[in-house]
Design a protein around this ligand. Structure first.
Ligand code: KIV
Ligand code: NA
Length: 264
């Protein structure tokens, strides 16, 4: 199988073919989504709240994410695997971003990295792309900045829309190969998508984006509780696993497992 490359995504945009991206944090999700033909897998810093049990994405570290990225790159044979740079590992300087990204490339075989931010991140995006590291940008609502943004809120409303369009264009100019837009009005996302030659990938950014991304535990119902409005639930994995665990426990309690066929 041929590996998906950043130019394939750009070509899909030119052909008007929309694509799906999912998060993945370990072997079986990576294998399964790869088998399903998902062309881009993101080892998100959302592992912080979807793997490590934190309440936000802020606490997760590079050392925690690297083994997850390694598991996903070992397991997905076709998908482009993007490693999220966690909070505090790239904002200080282009050099810091470079050293962190190199760790993901060398220690975990990542194919690209993603970082959050607009024009303030242009030096980082330039440094990485000039060094041979493909960069996916992430604008709009950026969870690592939730404390300055004042919580989960739609970004780019009103006058802020112009600044968002400008930052997307600047990120493309600086070398980003794609831009994630999170929680921005659909018409603004459509405008950005039209103005860029690189693909836009939306999460809560409406249907005009070239791609869409969701956290898999949200989309497939492994996580329960309050979901953002932009999540569509395609399965109830929580229910499937809970019922399987109960059936197993009931069998053990009743003495019906293991049966003779499971016994040496
Ligand atoms: O960490 C993550 O899962 C993300 C996507 C939702 C874009 O950044
Ligand atoms: Na993220």
């Amino acid at each position: 199988v041929r590996r998906v490359r950043t130019h394939h995504l750009r070509e899909m945009k030119q052909r008007g073919e929309k694509f799906a991206m999912l998060t993945a944090y370990e072997q079986y999700a990576a294998q399964t989504f790869d088998e399903a033909g998902i062309p881009v897998l993101l080892v998100g810093d959302s592992a912080s709240n979807n793997v490590f049990g934190n309440e936000t994405s802020l606490p997760v570290t590079v050392d925690e994410l690297i083994p997850l990225v390694r598991a996903v790159t070992r397991s997905a044979h076709r998908a482009l695997v993007v490693a999220d740079l966690p909070f505090g590992s790239y904002q200080a300087s282009p050099e810091q971003a470079f050293h962190t990204a190199v760790r993901f490339m060398k220690e975990a075989n990542a194919h690209a990295v993603k970082l959050e931010g607009g024009t303030e991140m242009l030096p980082q995006v330039r440094k990485l792309t000039e060094s041979g590291i493909p960069v996916m940008a992430h604008i709009g609502f950026t969870p690592q900045s939730e404390h300055t943004l004042g919580g989960y809120r739609v970004q780019g409303r009103g006058d802020a829309g112009t600044a968002l369009v400008d930052s997307a264009r600047a990120l493309e100019e600086a070398g980003a190969f794609a831009v994630v837009m999170e929680m921005v009005p659909g018409d603004l996302a459509a405008q950005v998508t039209k103005q860029l030659t690189i693909p836009t990938i939306g999460i809560g950014a409406g249907p005009a984006c070239d791609g869409q991304v969701l956290v898999w535990q949200d989309a497939f119902g492994l996580r329960t509780g309050r979901m953002a409005r932009f999540v569509k639930q395609y399965a109830d994995l929580h229910g499937v696993l809970r019922d399987a665990a109960r059936a197993y426990a009931d069998d053990v309690a009743a003495g019906t497992f293991p049966g003779p066929e499971h016994t040496f």
